[in-house]
Design a protein around this ligand. Structure first.
Ligand code: AMP
Length: 113
């Protein structure tokens, strides 16, 4: 089902886009949890990790390659960053269009809350 991320991909809702290629779009999170908080989303609609399969799993690699490029662009490759993917209620997922959170710009706590 189309979520607001599909609307962002289709430019029906505005977003601060930081990276785009044929398969992936990345934009600033509206409620940033770190100085840099970017959401990296596949252009195809996959609701959760539970919907991954052998045919669509390649998109996960695309998300991570985008994360690497975004880190370079933001100048945080060496200092470090975190990527997180939430799944369903206990994982804290609120938007059911697969996405990688990219967080950087401060020392991040572990374990996360
Ligand atoms: P999750 O809770 O893992 O599903 O992450 C969803 C993220 O989407 C949250 O961090 C929200 O702050 C973010 N978000 C919700 N609406 C928007 C929006 N219109 N533009 C950018 N980020 C959004």
């Amino acid at each position: 089902m189309a979520t607001l991320f599909t609307k962002i991909i289709q430019r029906e809702i505005p977003a601060k886009i930081v990276y785009e290629n044929e398969k992936v779009l990345a934009f600033q999170d509206i409620h940033p949890q770190a100085p840099h908080h970017v959401l990296i989303v596949p252009k195809i609609e996959i609701p959760t990790i539970n919907d991954l399969n052998s045919e669509n799993v390649g998109v996960i690699g695309e998300l991570f390659l985008a994360a690497k490029e975004i880190a370079k662009t933001l100048g945080v490759s060496e200092q470090g960053y975190r990527v997180v993917m939430n799944c369903n209620e206990d994982g804290g997922q609120t938007v059911f269009h697969l996405h990688l959170h990219f967080l950087a710009g401060r020392s991040l706590h572990w374990p996360p809350g």
